[in-house]
Design a protein around this ligand. Structure first.
Ligand code: SME
Length: 164
């Protein structure tokens, strides 16, 4: 089976997300656990959008966010509840869009080159399993369309049990 992912030849973000969502649906392998499926999901997002950092933090047994599969520069490994953008999105159970991370109080700077960020909680039965975190070198990179489609991707991932 070919696992090659074909990105449409367009710069239209909606069109890209529509195809990406279909491709992630097809990519998720019910015979595999969360690591393979989360890893491929962030690879697929990166093939489409090539952000500065794209990955996951997962709620571990000590009730911290622990670094999961990602693509990009090395990142902090543990984030406490309600700390940083990730911890806040977790605490609020809400997608958090930060147009300028330097103005976000308590932002955790894993990379000095990141300027904007979106964090999307992955929620199952009202419980946050983890978060999707995207960082960009551009200011104001993320908008309501990213929120809408990343939440759809989070919903797909919420069906896969995580364990850390
Ligand atoms: N900036 C995040 C930390 C994770 S890194 O961006 C990969 C935060 O404030 O939670």
């Amino acid at each position: 089976m070919s696992t090659e992912l074909k990105k449409p030849n367009t710069t239209d973000k909606l069109a890209l997300y529509q195809t990406l969502l279909d491709q992630i649906k097809a990519l998720i392998d019910p015979n595999c656990g969360w690591v393979a499926n989360y890893a491929n999901t962030c690879a697929a997002i990166q093939q489409y959008f090539n952000h500065w950092w794209c990955g996951f933090y997962i709620v571990n047994k000590k009730n911290q966010l622990e670094l999961g599969p990602f693509i990009g520069p090395v990142a902090c490994t543990l984030i406490n509840y309600n700390k940083g953008v990730c911890g806040k999105a977790w605490a609020d159970s809400l997608t958090t869009i930060v147009p300028n991370v330097h103005e976000f109080e308590g932002h955790i700077a894993c990379s000095s080159e990141s300027n904007s960020e979106i964090v999307v909680p992955i929620i199952k039965n009202k419980q946050v399993l983890g978060v999707i975190d995207l960082d960009s070198k551009n200011f104001s990179e993320f908008d309501i369309l990213d929120k809408e489609y990343l939440e759809k991707i989070a919903e797909l991932l919420s069906e896969i049990p995580v364990n850390l």
